[in-house]
Structures are given as C-alpha cells and as structure tokens.
Ligand binder design. Structure first.
Ligand code: FAD
Ligand code: UDP
Length: 414
C-alpha cells in the first residue's frame, strides 16, 4: 500500500497546478499519468528532426487573467506571439475571424470600418433567442458566410451540425468590424520560451512532488491511500460510466516534417472549412519562433474514437454531466478539476484558473489555507538557456504588460 497526502491523477495543466500549490503548502503529492510524460495535451517535444512540436495539436497561450499569467511566470520566461489564422475559401486564403478584409476579399468589395456594419446588417439573419452555434453565426453574418466558413468546419470538427451544438462553441470566434487579423485579442499572448514541457518540469520540480508516468489510476486506485484525490481525467470514467458515456471528441494528428523547407505557410494555422478531410494545418515554427532548415506541420482529422480531447457542448450532454457532477459532490474524498473532469471547453488559462481555485478549496478543507508556503518552495529558478534556438526571445513583465494593456484587451486581476 502506497501512502501519500494527495494523489493527483493527470499531469496536465489542471493536475500540475494543483500539485504545485499543495506541495508548496507542505503536502506530499504523488502525480500519476497514463501517459509517460508531463504536460497532458499541452505537452511538447522535439521531433526526430529537432523541431519543437505539439504532439497533441497546436497550443497557443493567451489570457486576460493577470493572476494566471503571474502564476505561470514563476516557471517560465515567455516569447511574445500573436496567432494568426487564414481560412481557405475557394482558391483564396482570407483572415478568420471574419473582418473587413475577409469580406472585401471574398466578395470583391471595398468596404471600410465605417461601412461594414451596414453590410453585416444587410446579410444577417436575426435570431432570437440564440441557442445554437448556427444561431450565433447566422445572426452575425448571414447564410453565405456561414456556409463558407462555419458549417463544413463545424461538421468535420464535431461530427454534428452547428444547429446541434451550444451557442458557446461558435461564439468563441468573434465577427470583427475592423482590420484586426489576430485570432485572439487577449492582453497577454505569449508562448513559454523553452516550451510547455520545460515549464511543467519546473512546476513539478519540488521535493514534495513525485511524478510517475505510464500509470493508470483505475489499475492502482485500490493500492494507494491518500488524504485527498485530485482527478483530472474524464468524469464518467471515474464513476464507471454509470449514467452512460459522456461524448468526448477526439482527433487524429498527422505530423509531417518538410526537409529543407524553411516556411510552409504564411501564418501559424490555415483552416480548411470545406473540401478537405482535415480541419486545419499548423506550422509549429510560427508558434515557437524556432529557426531550422526544415519545418514541421500537423494536420488535424477529428474523430469519435481515441483519446478524449473535447467535451461536446450541447444540452443533452450537459444534463448527463450534471448527474456525474452531483455524484462528484458526494464523493468528498475527490476533487474533479479540468477540461475532462469538469466537462468544460476550457482553454489552458481557464484550467489554471480552475486549478488555483480548487487548490484553495482543498487547502481550506485540510485546514492549511493560512499556512505560509513551505520553506524552499519559492521563489523558483530562472531558466537555463533554451535548447531550441528561437527568434525574438522576450523577458516579460506581466504587471508592466497589464499597465500597458490597451484596447486590445485588459488583464484582469482574476
Ligand atoms: P489534460 O491536458 O487532458 O490532462 C489530463 C491528463 O490526465 C492527461 O494527460 C491524461 O493522460 C491523464 N489521465 C486521464 N485519465 C487518467 C487515468 N485513468 N489515469 C492516469 N492518468 C489519466 N488551449 C489553449 O488555451 N490554447 C490553445 O491553442 C489550445 N489548443 C488546443 C488544441 C487541441 C487540439 C486541444 C485538444 C486542446 C487545445 N487547448 C488549447 C485546450 C488545452 O489542451 C486544455 O485546456 C488543457 O490542456 C487541459 O488541461 P487538463 O489538465 O485539464 O487536461
Ligand atoms: N469554427 C469554424 N470555422 C473556423 C474556425 C472555427 O466553424 O474557421 C468553429 C468550429 O465549430 C470550432 C469552433 O468554431 O470548433 C471553435 O473554434 P476554435 O478555433 O476555438 O477551436 P479549437 O482551437 O478549440 O479547436
């Protein structure tokens, strides 16, 4: 029988943050993951050609949460990166989210920021109430742009029509009445300078934390005695699917290295809303700033079978989740944290926020909320030089960024 104060199941953002917070308050933490590595879906590594890739799909860090950016800055330096995406529509590559230039290029118009509003007004199909992702897009830009940019992509990505998905899914993509072609407008848009895995290694590099990879919780749960469990896997699996399986969408990632090609595409990601089996191609060197004589790309083929990557936001799934959530509240020995356990379409920063909140709750329950961080736990390390040569490394002062945050977005304290 192994004994520990805390057992954390999953070494992704959610599990790593809780582990670090609890270890810093003097608790012994055992972190396990089915996978042999840390980082969960945000894990990155060098491929066999020496290019830094994200094996589980492209991960771009962005947040408006000052507390979240500050917290992670203990474990990494950052490189400024603003993600841009072009969509292939017919033979053209045009900006997505849809902005003034997108509309002008698709229809051969010369609209301006002043006249685009009237254009959208003339094509939109007003919907009220707005319940589904179809409602969101038709209400904003009308049927033709919906068909060109959203319908096919969404059907590929989810295996469902936008009319079958909650409004929150398509609402992730705004409609712009200006020329801003960035995918995100958050105040803080930076990538970890030496990659996500290095950042996770530093988070978990604590005398109170032990990580064991290649360990499935369900194979060892009876042989571990813990004061508390933090579970970040799919919540329905924890309860043996007693209310039926919660759908999680998966993706097959097809990675490719292009030798002696310094740049494959003009921006980080190209979306393929129609005509192709894959949804998007991402070229990692744009994200990481790495310099290399070749380049590596990934194509994403969504599917039902495989690792669970996306909760599927729609009312019937939410209803099943609520039943599992109620069971979870009764299981007071366990906290359910993260994208899979909370069945929420969380970005990385939202997982960090949820994990910080969960950590405070656990510390309170264990009567440790007032205890100062154990000696030797902070401040932690500043990085050794990067193994990956990059352009434009930046030393980021999160608070200065917050002070400078402009119309682009505002860093909020929580
Ligand atoms: P995970 O990273 O899934 O970690 C859970 C871990 O638990 C996994 O490693 C799993 O192996 C382990 N586990 C599960 N069950 C068990 C078990 N029984 N025993 C042991 N271990 C177990 N977010 C952004 O902010 N920006 C992006 O650009 C972005 N791009 C994304 C692209 C893709 C293709 C995907 C799928 C997600 C993307 N995200 C992005 C979301 C981001 O991946 C998540 O928000 C975040 O990584 C979730 O962290 P987590 O710790 O909750 O879950
Ligand atoms: N979407 C779309 N066309 C696009 C981009 C996004 O239809 O070109 C829709 C699609 O349903 C997608 C959702 O908007 O799943 C959210 O897109 P996002 O880029 O945020 O997805 P993620 O990066 O989380 O896979």
């Amino acid at each position: 029988m192994t004994r520990t104060d805390i057992l954390v199941v999953g070494a992704g953002f959610s599990g790593a943050v809780v582990a670090e917070r609890l270890a810093s308050h003097g608790l012994k933490v055992l972190v396990i993951d089915k996978r042999p590595h840390v980082g969960g879906n945000a894990h990155d590594r060098l491929d066999e050609h020496g290019v830094l890739i994200h094996p589980y799909g492209p991960h771009i860090f962005h947040t408006n949460g000052l507390r979240i950016a500050e917290y992670l800055s203990q474990f990494t330096e950052w490189r400024a990166y603003e993600h841009r995406v072009l969509a292939k529509v017919g033979e053209q590559l045009v900006p997505i989210p849809i902005n003034v230039d997108t509309v002008n290029r698709v229809y051969g118009l010369s609209l301006t920021q002043e006249t685009i509003g009237a254009f959208f007004e003339s094509v939109r199909e007003p919907r009220s109430p707005i319940r589904t992702s179809e409602d969101v897009v038709l209400n904003a830009v009308g049927r033709d742009l919906y068909e060109k940019f959203f319908r096919g992509y969404t059907r590929k990505q989810w295996g469902l029509d936008p009319s079958q998905l909650a409004a929150s899914v398509a609402a992730r993509i705004p409609t712009r009445t200006n020329h801003d072609d960035r995918y995100f407008t958050d105040a803080f848009q930076h990538m970890p300078l030496e990659g996500y895995t290095r950042m996770f290694e530093r988070m978990l590099d604590h005398p109170n934390i032990r990580f064991e990879g290649g360990v499935d919780f369900f194979a060892i749960r009876k042989s571990i005695r813990a004061r508390h469990i933090v579970y970040t896997g799919p919540i329905d699996a924890y309860f043996d699917h007693c209310f039926g399986r919660l759908p999680y969408r998966s993706i097959e990632f097809k990675h490719e290295h292009l030798k002696d090609v310094t740049q494959h595409q003009p921006v980080g990601t190209i979306n393929f809303p129609t005509d192709y089996d894959y949804t998007r191609i991402t070229e990692f060197k744009h994200l990481t700033g790495q310099t290399h004589s070749g380049t590596s790309v990934v194509r994403e083929y969504p599917c039902d079978e495989g690792d669970p990557y996306y909760p599927v936001p729609r009312p019937e799934n939410e209803a099943v989740f609520k039943r599992y959530e109620a069971l979870g509240k009764e299981a007071t020995e366990t906290s359910f944290v993260g994208r899979l356990a909370q069945y929420r379409y969380y970005n990385m920063d939202q997982c960090v926020g949820a994990a910080l909140k969960a950590s405070e709750g656990i510390l309170q329950r264990l009567g440790l909320s007032q205890v100062h961080e154990a000696e030797g736990s902070t401040p932690r390390v500043r990085p050794a030089p990067s193994a990956v040569p990059t352009t434009e490394p930046t030393r980021v002062d999160v608070r200065a960024d917050a002070a400078n945050a402009t119309a682009a977005g505002t860093l909020a304290a929580d």
